[in-house]
Design a protein around this ligand. Structure first.
Ligand code: GLC
Length: 425
């Protein structure tokens, strides 16, 4: 059973492999996506280590000169996706989008390095990637935390990776739609429109892209110019964890300056995370920097915060919070509280489950000694696969397969989870 599932997962990954990068899934997402790639490298590492390193290298080959790593790299033209390179107009030789995504590559590089069978290959690959990943982390604090609070803001919902979470609704109201050029969406021809964002949301996504484009994609200006500035605890937790992991990796490789700088960024951010804690909700919340207030939306972003080395009491409270969520769904962890009025069982990031998010939450809880909950989340991942195959995401009540199918990072997470179990056994 286990081997059969691993074999199926491998064949999904092979199917979406384009040689030096993978697409998230055929059709719906025909390019390279940033955090998809970093997470899928974890899957490759179990059966093809060189290919795992190549995935991350290809991503960083398209890093901008200022350190930013874009959220999409348009390696080959494909008009099945909107917005394409002409809308972004970032002026790169190989076109890319102009915003970023959760910086999970630092975590992935360290994990692949630690487990490597080919130690020499791992050392040379990690050594070359180290300064690039570090430059990306530094870019975040320089450009997305101009006042030096310790936490970074996203300036477009797509940066969060949780594209149309309830967390953005109130702030998104302040994003205008006037002047948005007419467009035709492509996503709704590949996936059920009822599972996707609404047209109104899409206009706002595009308004922000047009705004940033009008500023020449100058990152020194974009943060302050954006009406949308949200400090997402999940996003910051990923950045913190990657800084910590990069610091450890740098120490191992004798790069003490990178190690010291990475650890300093992480420590400052961990302390600042406390400002996002809500006793009332028993989890972290987003902070709307444009208006200076916490966002009253208890979504999975504040639970994903467990991926960072948060204080033990916070990790326990998050585990308790998940226990409460479990009472209103059959599978963990829903992307929004099923008892909240905005919960939407099958719509993108407003209720359903993503295996990658589950994996990061479970990993963090395990590190914090919350192994019972971590195991339960991992078991639910496998139950979902058994029920509904390698989907993009799943209903938390009935395990419906949603979005695209034959999805790369879902497959990679299955290989990760099953292989880790084997290693532990
Ligand atoms: C969607 C997700 C995003 C992901 C992308 C490709 O846009 O919201 O997180 O990176 O699909 O899988």
């Amino acid at each position: 059973m286990t081997q059969q599932m691993i074999d199926q997962a491998k064949s999904v990954m092979r199917k979406n492999d384009r040689g030096s990068y993978t697409v998230p899934t055929h059709g719906l997402y025909p390019f390279q996506w940033n955090w998809d790639s970093a997470l899928c490298a974890l899957g490759f590492a179990h059966f093809d280590e060189p290919r795992a390193w190549t995935e991350i290298e290809t991503l960083f080959a398209h890093q901008w000169e200022d350190g930013m790593v874009p959220h999409i790299i348009f390696h080959q033209m494909d008009d099945g996706y909107f917005p394409g390179p002409d809308v972004w107009a970032t002026g790169r030789t190989v076109p890319t989008s102009g915003i970023t995504q959760p910086p999970v590559a630092g975590f992935a590089a360290r994990r692949i390095f630690d487990r490597a069978r080919d130690k020499a290959l791992a050392a040379s690959k990690a050594r070359a990637l180290l300064p690039r990943i570090h430059a990306w982390h530094q870019w975040f604090f320089a450009n997305r935390d101009p006042k030096g609070t310790g936490l970074v803001a996203i300036i477009h919902p797509w940066e969060s990776g949780r594209d149309n979470s309830v967390d953005w609704d109130a702030a998104f109201e302040r994003v205008p739609t006037e002047g948005v050029q007419p467009f035709t969406r492509r996503d709704t021809s590949h996936a059920n429109p009822a599972h996707r964002p609404t047209d109104e949301q899409y206009k706002r996504y595009i308004w922000l892209v047009q705004k940033f484009r009008s500023l020449g994609w100058d990152n020194a200006q974009l943060h302050d110019a954006s009406p949308f500035q949200i400090v997402d605890p999940g996003f910051n937790a990923i950045l913190i964890r990657s800084c910590v992991d990069l610091a450890d990796l740098a120490e191992t490789l004798g790069e003490s300056e990178i190690a010291t700088q990475s650890r300093a960024m992480a420590n400052k951010a961990i302390a600042a995370m406390e400002s996002l804690w809500s006793n009332q909700h028993g989890q972290y919340l987003c902070y709307d920097r444009a208006i200076g207030a916490l966002v009253d939306s208890a979504s999975i972003g504040g639970i994903l915060a467990a991926f960072a080395p948060i204080p033990g009491a916070r990790a326990k409270a998050i585990s308790d919070r998940i226990e409460v969520l479990a009472k209103s769904c059959n599978y963990l962890v829903p992307s929004h509280d099923p008892t909240a009025p905005e919960f939407d069982a099958l719509r993108y990031w407003r209720g359903p489950i993503w295996l990658i998010v589950n994996y990061m939450i479970a990993d963090g809880l395990e590190r914090a000694g919350r192994t019972v909950m971590a195991d339960r989340i991992n078991r639910d991942c496998l139950r979902l696969i058994e029920q509904s195959g390698f989907a993009e995401y799943y209903g938390a009540i009935n395990a419906e397969a949603c979005g695209g199918d034959a999805f790369t990072w879902t497959a990679a997470m299955v290989i990760e989870i099953l292989s880790a179990q084997e290693i532990a056994a």
